[in-house]
Design a binder for this molecule. Structure first.
Ligand code: PAF
Length: 283
């Protein structure tokens, strides 16, 4: 496994990779969710490249960039064990050199859902992912359904900017009790960790109601809301029942939807989602 930092090192190593190349962009502190993306990439491609870069431009002023968990040594040994060919660990200077002033912005769908509460977040994501794509030039790139809106935004960016890259969205990896895997789960105390299953419970309750014939968007949102509000350690930020393509909030009768939510457990903000009525687990 080759580990590179500068663009020159990346270009040289990338030129030697047998194609197709599958690419998994990450911010490190890898868990089984990331490794499942790596395994999907291994399955589909002759080579696999992974990037590890904690991207400052996608963090808001009140989001804890400095304390974002990092463990490069452990990440590299996990990736080595998965048979990854190339790891790119650019520095902030490589990604944002002095005088940097070019941004990539997907307009409409970034203003909804997460975008309402994290202004500028997706502009940071699309800018860094565009740069990572330009560096690695993969044939396929892998994203998790866990960050559903991010996956949808990247699909849109690739379509709009004519990137010759197939975006593969992989299912959410969950702990045995249903909690979606996330680097942020490490911030939870044991008591909060138990309470955090409320997101999964709320989504499952709404999904079950949908499968039993409940088609009213407001009723589905209310089921999720009531479940979250019944958990004393949880504070709801939003629940949504949205169109899976446009991400616009739905009203009245729905035949398919992205159910999603953001919930604070203590100071930790958790998100989760499920698709209903699409016949698919992912976008
Ligand atoms: O999902 C993430 O970890 C990040 O948003 C990504 C795609 C690596 C961009 O920094």
């Amino acid at each position: 496994m080759k580990v590179v930092t500068t663009l020159e090192e990346l270009w040289e190593a990338r030129a030697q990779l047998p194609e197709p190349v599958g690419f998994v962009p990450t911010m490190g502190y890898l868990h089984d969710g990331h490794l499942s993306l790596v395994r999907c990439a291994k399955r589909d491609n002759r080579s696999v490249a992974v990037s590890i870069f904690v991207n400052p431009t996608q963090f808001g002023p009140n989001e804890d960039l400095e304390n974002y968990p990092r463990d490069l040594e452990r990440d590299l040994s996990l990736l080595e064990a998965e048979g990854v060919d190339l790891v790119w660990t650019p520095t902030a200077e490589v990604m944002y050199p002095p005088g940097f002033q070019t941004w990539v912005e997907v307009e409409k769908i970034t203003k909804l859902l997460e975008g309402k509460y994290r202004p500028g977040h997706f502009r940071g994501v699309t800018t860094v992912v565009a740069k990572l794509f330009n560096g690695v030039q993969p044939q396929r790139a892998y994203f998790g359904q866990k960050d559903a809106q991010q996956a949808r935004v990247i699909q849109q960016m690739v379509r709009d900017l004519n990137y010759p890259i197939e975006i593969v969205v992989c299912p959410i990896r969950r702990e045995p009790d249903g909690l979606a895997m996330s680097s942020r789960n490490t911030y939870l105390t044991p008591e909060q960790r138990k309470a955090a299953t409320v997101l999964y419970r709320a989504l499952t309750a709404a999904k079950k109601a949908f499968e039993q014939g409940e088609r009213d968007a407001d009723a589905l949102r209310k089921i999720m809301e009531d479940t979250i509000n019944a958990e004393p350690l949880a504070r709801l930020q939003y629940v949504s029942c949205a169109d899976p393509d446009t991400l616009e909030e739905l009203h009245g009768k729905v035949d398919k939807a992205l159910l999603s939510m953001a919930v604070f457990v203590g100071k930790t903000r958790l998100i989760d989602n499920m698709l209903v009525g699409t016949g698919k687990e992912t976008f």
